[in-house]
Design a protein around this ligand. Structure first.
Ligand code: C5P
Ligand code: C5P
Ligand code: ZN
Length: 479
């Protein structure tokens, strides 16, 4: 893969410049302001760079944000940090940053589709600049990791955290649900440090190592299994119905304790079950590549890469991002205990809101999109997760546009999600969110497959109409 190697080299050149700048400011004792995104990838990025800064004895502070706006720019201007680093955030707001912060020292380490041009005095590291698709080939945590490694090769022990970030952004889109593209370099680093073991062709369940099988099954939400996801009792009954013993003696069995035969039986029965529930064939990717952190305690959600990412995501969305960051920086005591409680709360919240949307018929089918009307009733912080779950489960050829009202900011938060096959047909949600939001006094952007926007409340109907039209246009379905 020559092109990939070339892209990697070019990216590393820019990452090294960023590393040099960070090291220089840290060594001089300057105040470093680190701003990161609130999802799993953003928290992983913040944890990696935070650890790298701590190792430099730097004077720094981490802040977590959902987006960049004038308010944040003004805060930075008034605080006058010696250096501001954006991780997993920033590329979508290059115009705002280059205009508002042209006099400031800025490093942007991101993988979102760039919007606008960076200021020549700012350092911008983003895979898209080297022709690499940042939505699947490298995460924000990946860019942060490569920069941290350029700061000091000892930071290679943080590679596994970048694997968590990539899984959190659902970048396991290569063969057998594996990470590919530039993420491969990071996976290799993580394996080399002895933290990560990659197991191919395994059943992907939440807690394959850590939980009794019925619990693992109940915790699995990708794919979401109607009637089983979230329902431990029903999972026990399901196992009994296919002749798999959940216990030997008085000891629960985890997925890893099953024989090959039992695993095959479980897979085929689940596939049959899903089809009987009308779940489309494409979602049946139950077997894939598993990323195990072998130095983590068994029976904890940190042992499995995907589970780790869900834990991080939960802390971010539930307004406790510092717990997630602390875990990425190595905390395995208090922060970890708190975070596991938050995870349970987060799960309950998602189940509750999903149920509410379905019961109240708030999922509306338009000509070219589905609209999920969260209105004032679904919290803005989980609307993205709701959109992701609905999109994975419905596998429809209409993108999902979900929104929630944020009354205190007088805006609507929109989350748009679609599936690979539509992106292959030319759908680019990042472009659609950007264009529609601009027409509605708002801002939008993201990735082709997953994007978002913030717009004034009064514009929501207009916005939806424009999005519906733009989707039709991109997919060549205009009348
Ligand atoms: O800002 P960031 O890139 O970290 O967030 C991307 C969001 O889009 C995540 O919530 C992730 O779950 C979602 N996503 C997705 N499918 C992809 C890439 C991202 O659903 N292929
Ligand atoms: O907020 P949500 O998870 O729906 O965002 C999906 C993706 O779109 C994320 O990667 C997010 O950073 C990005 N986004 C953006 N600009 C916005 C809103 C979201 O780049 N105005
Ligand atoms: Zn990201």
């Amino acid at each position: 893969m020559e092109n990939l190697d070339e892209a990697f080299e070019s990216l590393m050149k820019d990452a090294s410049k960023a590393a040099e700048k960070i090291r220089e400011k840290a060594v001089k004792g300057g105040f470093i302001n680190l701003i990161s995104h609130l999802d799993a990838d953003g928290l992983a990025a913040a944890g990696i760079l935070g650890k790298a800064l701590a190792r430099l004895d730097a004077y720094f502070r981490i802040r977590i944000r959902h987006w960049v706006d004038e308010k944040l720019i003004n805060e930075i201007i008034s605080e006058k940090p010696d250096l501001t680093i954006f991780t997993d955030l920033g590329s979508g707001y290059l115009d705002l940053i280059s205009e508002g912060l042209s006099e400031h020292e800025i490093v942007i380490l991101d993988h979102h589709q760039p919007v606008g041009e960076p200021s020549p005095s700012h350092l911008h590291v983003n895979p898209h600049q080297y022709g690499v698709d940042g939505s699947i080939a490298l995460s924000g945590a990946g860019v942060a990791y490569l920069t941290a490694k350029a700061i000091d090769s000892a930071n290679q022990d943080l590679a596994y955290v970048a694997v968590v970030g990539a899984l959190g952004d659902m970048q396991d889109k290569y063969g057998q649900r594996s990470l590919g593209g530039l993420n491969e370099y990071i996976v290799k680093d993580a394996v080399e440090t002895g933290f990560l073991e990659v197991i191919e062709k395994e059943i992907i369940f939440f807690g394959r190592e850590t939980r009794p099988i019925h619990k693992a099954l109940a915790c699995t939400t990708s794919p979401f299994i109607p009637g089983l996801s979230g329902e431990e009792d029903k999972c026990l009954a399901f196992l009994a119905s296919i002749g798999i013993k959940p216990k030997i003696g008085d000891k629960w069995r985890a997925l890893r304790d099953l024989t090959e035969e039992e695993k095959t039986k479980l897979c085929s029965s689940l596939a049959e079950y899903l089809i009987s529930k009308g779940v489309p064939k494409e979602t049946l990717n139950l077997v894939g590549t598993v990323y195990t952190f072998v130095r983590e305690e068994p029976w904890t959600p940190l042992r499995d890469g995907r589970e780790f990412s869900v834990l991080l995501n939960a802390t971010g969305r539930m307004e406790k991002p510092s717990l997630g960051i602390a875990i990425c920086m190595g905390d395995r005591s208090l922060a970890f205990e708190e975070a596991t409680k938050i995870l349970e709360e987060y799960r309950r919240l998602i189940t509750k809101h999903l149920g509410w949307l379905i019961e109240n018929e708030r999922i509306k089918e338009l000509d070219h999109i589905y609209v999920v009307q969260g209105e004032n009733d679904v919290e803005e912080k989980i609307i993205g997760t709701i959109a992701s779950i609905l999109s994975t489960n419905m596998q429809t050829d209409k993108p999902i546009i979900a929104y929630a009202i944020v009354p205190e900011e007088e805006i609507v938060k929109v989350s748009a999600r679609t599936i690979d096959s539509l992106v292959k047909k030319g759908l680019d949600l990042s472009e659609i969110m950007r264009e529609a939001a601009e027409k509605c006094e708002g801002r939008g952007g993201g990735h082709k497959i997953a994007a978002g926007a913030q717009i004034p409340i009064k514009q929501i109907e207009n916005f939806i109409k424009i999005v519906d039209r733009l989707v039709a246009k991109q997919l060549g379905k205009q009348r």
